[in-house]
Design a protein around this ligand. Structure first.
Ligand SMILES: Cc1cc2nc3c(=O)[nH]c(=O)nc-3n(C[C@H](O)[C@H](O)[C@H](O)COP(=O)(O)OP(=O)(O)OC[C@H]3O[C@@H](n4cnc5c(N)ncnc54)[C@H](O)[C@@H]3O)c2cc1C
Length: 411
């Protein structure tokens, strides 16, 4: 490389860095410094949401904490605009910046489980499937999200909820400590005992307090099979089913989490072909306690209405955690919103059903997650995630492929 590279700075200006500057950085790293066209550059800048197409001037593909320290110090020294990438799932695309320095952590994916202490050390580029596979080798788990390709970093820093959260809390409620590189390029340890305020902030406060290079989680013995499944109803029956759903889940033990989705029916093998592409309400459930003890509570959900199809039974937890992956593949255009609910009112049910009839693409869905339980037993001020009174979280997952449909789908 022989010419200077111009990078955007944090103050909105730009700076030109000589080849010597970049060679100096390169010499300190275990990982790579990539410029546009270099192997790995496009891989690092391409995010899950195809709406995001930004081109950093330089990408550092870190392989360890020392690379993170050097990249942060380099950005600080030159006042560079810096973006940090974990799993790349953030819909707004915060993991990549135009014209600045991207620090890509996605190659740092190691997970080390201590089955005796029931803890796991996880590197920041790990995806949820990495963590599930390693912990499940010992019948252990930490509550994570429902799509195995989501990054552990952004999910944890934002709170993190999934099938196990009603029983064991949010992902951050099971975070024991982090190693983190602060904006001045120093690596610090934060836990209940050390840098307590920083530990408070990273549990729900997002990525702005530093770059986490290692997460330490508490694990739970859940076994390797849970009672899980999905039940599909026609959307036309949604009012009746959701009224029953509301009654059943309000009395359900924390072992049970039942979410629902409204969308066009995907071509699932257990759903008769004549229903593919029709408007449906899908109930998805996970019982995280003893399987036999779950038959009653799960049966109460199965007893609602007359489904088009259902598939319920014990399933390997790792497989269950990947079940939704085919519906959440990267490369689509996405515009998402979420709202929180302390109850599911009649008005909310009517509004959701009405919106579901107007879903603009076959890939879009209205997803309604049941939370509460252990999440709500943590005091609101104990972490930076304050929403400890919710029962449900709504996500509008608008997904489509043609740029010509952007306006319609965003609206
Ligand atoms: C398909 C899909 C399914 C999802 N399912 C769930 C779910 O079930 N439950 C749930 O709680 N959430 C879920 N989410 C939301 C998800 O948790 C967030 O989008 C999260 O930000 C993704 O983290 P990431 O590391 O993949 O993202 P990235 O885009 O890489 O990072 C997200 C943010 O964190 C910052 N960041 C990344 N790594 C670090 C680090 N090591 N240190 C400091 N800052 C960092 C980034 O700069 C960015 O601002 C889902 C998202 C998608 C797209």
């Amino acid at each position: 490389m022989s010419t200077a590279v111009t990078l955007k700075t944090r103050d909105g200006g730009s700076t030109a860095l000589s080849p010597e500057h970049l060679d100096g950085l390169r010499a300190k790293l275990r990982g790579a410094v990539c410029l546009p066209g270099d192997p790995g550059y496009d891989q690092a800048r391409t995010l899950w949401n195809a709406m995001i197409d930004r081109k950093p001037a330089v990408t550092v593909r870190a392989l360890g904490a020392s690379d993170v320290i050097h990249a942060v110090r380099f950005a600080r020294e030159h006042g560079l605009l810096l973006a940090v990438r974990g799993g790349g799932h953030n819909i707004a695309g915060n993991a990549v910046c135009d014209g600045g320095l991207q620090l890509d952590l996605s190659l740092m994916r190691s997970v080390r489980v201590d089955p005796v202490a029931k803890t796991a050390r996880v590197e920041p580029g790990a995806i949820l499937g990495d963590v599930d596979k390693e912990t499940q080798a010992f019948g252990l788990a930490v509550p994570l999200g429902v799509n195995s390709t989501t990054g552990i970093s952004g999910l944890t820093l934002g709170g993190g909820f999934g099938w196990l959260s009603r029983k064991y809390g949010l992902t951050i409620d099971n975070l024991l400590s982090v190693d983190l590189v602060t904006a001045n390029g120093a690596l610090v340890h934060a836990s209940d005992k050390e840098n307590h305020d920083l530990f408070w902030a990273v549990r729900g406060g997002g990525g702005n307090f530093g770059v986490v290079t290692s997460f330490e989680f508490r694990l739970h013995a859940i076994g390797t099979e849970l009672l899980t499944g999905v039940i599909i109803h026609p959307l036309a029956k949604a009012k009746e089913i959701l009224t029953g759903y509301r009654r059943v889940v309000s009395q359900a033990p924390d072992d049970l989490a039942v979410w629902f989705v409204m969308r066009k029916a995907p071509p699932l093998p257990f759903l008769p072909a004549e229903h593919h592409g029709t408007d449906v309400l899908v109930l998805a459930l996970c019982w995280s306690g003893d399987i036999d003890a779950g038959r009653g509570p799960v049966g109460a959900i199965q007893g609602l209405g007359k489904p088009l199809a259902e598939i319920i039974g014990p399933m390997p937890f790792v497989a269950w955690q990947q079940l939704l992956d085919p519906l959440l593949t990267p490369g689509f255009r996405n515009y998402w919103k979420s709202q929180s609910f302390t109850e599911l009112s009649d008005g909310a049910i009517d509004t959701l059903i009405d919106a579901a009839k107007r879903i603009p693409s076959a890939e879009s869905e209205i997803a309604f997650a049941q939370v509460g339980g252990a999440i709500n037993r943590v005091p609101a001020g104990a972490t930076a995630y304050p929403h400890r009174n919710l029962q449900f979280v709504l996500n509008e997952h608008t997904r489509w492929s043609e740029p010509a449909k952007d306006k319609e789908c965003i609206a």
